[in-house]
Design a protein around this ligand. Structure first.
Ligand code: ZN
Length: 177
């Protein structure tokens, strides 16, 4: 089911999320993340962005891969993820976030990572991620820690977008239960 996306300024985005305990509602949560992401034509969405502070996110690049064959096809859920290794080699990439509409900035992050997580069938998976998959994983993982991509910008750079952020904060979609 489609859910409203929580936007910049809502304290839900700043809370560290709790480990996800598998319950009957689990499938609904994952389905809501996929429905909400495709409705907004995004490539990744974390549970706190729909108002649920639990450690789960999804990646879905199928829409973008259809238009651009260089985009790796990924359609997966990541439950209780961990990043166990970061490559020292870093890479800059232009990021955006459905919770911070209208702002796109270059963010420097490790170019590859080792990760561990449960997949949608609760199988434990360990793998090394590269490219777009490593990038989206790190962005979404940050959401589970209450970190947003604008936090990674240089302070001088942040001053340049200060007014845009302030405006978003004032108009924020407060999550109401
Ligand atoms: Zn985001």
């Amino acid at each position: 089911m489609y859910q409203k996306i929580v936007t910049y300024g809502d304290s839900i985005l700043r809370l560290p999320s709790q480990p996800l305990i598998i319950t009957d509602h689990f499938d609904d949560l994952i389905q809501s993340l996929f429905d909400t992401l495709s409705q907004n034509r995004g490539i990744g969405l974390a549970a706190p962005q729909i108002g649920i502070n639990q450690r789960a996110f999804i990646i879905n690049t199928m829409l973008q891969a259809k238009d651009d064959s260089s985009v790796e096809k990924v359609q997966a859920a990541y439950i209780n993820p961990e990043i166990t290794w970061y490559n020292k080699k870093e890479h800059s990439f232009n990021e955006g976030c459905l919770s911070i509409p209208g702002i796109y900035e270059n963010v420097v992050r490790p170019s590859s990572i080792h990760v561990r997580y449960l997949d949608a069938s609760f199988n434990e998976v360990e793998e090394t991620l590269y490219g777009i998959k490593a990038r989206i994983f790190q962005h979404e993982y940050d959401h589970l820690e209450g970190i947003l991509f604008v936090d990674h910008l240089h302070p001088l750079h942040k001053i340049l977008i200060f007014h845009k952020l302030k405006k978003l904060q004032n108009n924020c979609n407060k999550h109401t239960k």
